[in-house]
Design a binder for this molecule. Structure first.
Ligand code: NAD
Length: 269
């Protein structure tokens, strides 16, 4: 490892997560913030420091992601799927580290991520908090230990602005539960229930979504059997936990060979 500061860029730097990421990079020893982007508009040209406080840092918000990739060692992306698709193509072209937190990704973006991972180190996680990643591991373990007599449902709640449902984390928990049972989530997932849906089928993994207020992210995995219920719950009270995990992932990916990594790899779980 070298002592040269690691240059990190934040695409979507004025978003809710973008601002947390800017603060986290500025507070991380060994990392420097070398730029950030937003789509063309009034924010472009603003000093990034002013997005998170009253101090300028001499780095303006840009709108050219290709330029940002050229100037950085790593880029962190918590934006929207269409932007992530483009950023994955830039990682493929430049071989730079790309950390992706955007959720609600379609098959086209997931395919672009797989392709980019052939020529660049990518870390993709539906949730960068350490607590949630421990929850993934516990969910898989409980699902395999408790067996098919326990009905599994995943309940999540997020703030009123969230646009995708169920959350990427809830789907990740569903994947973990399915892995524990050695089945494919797509074959057993019940993403909504509304009206005369009939009795619950055995082996189903259900999802329930709540939206409201400023809830940062609550997830509960419920294992319900006759006579008892086990519930695993995680509640995030600050977006700072995701930013901390994402910056840690970027530093971890420094110097790694091309590939698609997860927070499990970063945390060694
Ligand atoms: P937000 O709407 O506040 O921020 C998104 C930002 O991206 C906006 O500032 C927007 O202008 C910007 N943007 C859009 N297109 C862009 C482009 N082409 N180039 C540059 N910037 C662009 O949303 P948010 O709450 O910060 O969440 C962003 C994403 O991160 C969502 O998908 C959310 O679900 C996800 N998220 C993931 C985690 C995790 O741990 N993986 C945690 C929190 C949020």
């Amino acid at each position: 490892m070298t002592n040269t500061p690691f240059k990190i860029g934040i695409v979507g730097c004025a978003g809710r997560m973008g601002r947390m990421l800017v603060q986290e990079v500025l507070a991380t020893p060994g990392a420097v913030l070398s730029g950030g982007t937003e789509p063309a508009g009034p924010l472009v040209g603003t000093d990034i420091g002013l997005l998170v406080g009253a101090k300028t840092i001499g780095v303006p918000v840009g709108s050219d992601a290709a330029q940002l990739f050229a100037a950085c060692d790593a880029v962190i992306d918590f934006t929207v799927p269409a932007a992530t698709l483009y950023h994955a193509s830039l990682a493929a072209k430049t071989g730079k580290v790309l950390v992706i937190g955007t959720t609600g990704l379609g098959a086209d973006v997931l395919a672009a991520i797989e392709t980019a991972a052939k020529s660049a180190p990518l870390v993709y996680a539906p949730n960068f908090s350490i607590g949630v990643n421990v929850l993934f591991a516990l969910t898989e373990k409980l699902s395999s230990t408790l067996g098919p007599d326990y009905d599994i449902d995943i309940l999540e709640m997020h703030h009123r602005h969230k646009v995708d449902a169920p959350s990427g984390t809830a789907l990740g928990l569903g994947e973990a539960a399915a892995r524990g049972r050695k089945v494919k989530l797509a074959d057993v997932a019940r993403r909504t229930r509304d009206g005369q849906v009939g009795a619950r089928a055995q082996g189903e993994i259900g999802f329930a979504t709540l939206r409201g207020g400023d809830v940062v992210g609550d997830h509960t995995v419920i294992f319900a059997a006759d006579g008892e219920r086990v519930e695993l719950t995680h509640k995030a009270s600050s977006r700072g936990v995701f930013a901390k995990g994402a910056v840690r992932a970027a530093l971890w990916a420094r110097g790694r060979k091309a590939g698609l990594y997860s927070m499990r790899d970063v945390l060694g779980l």
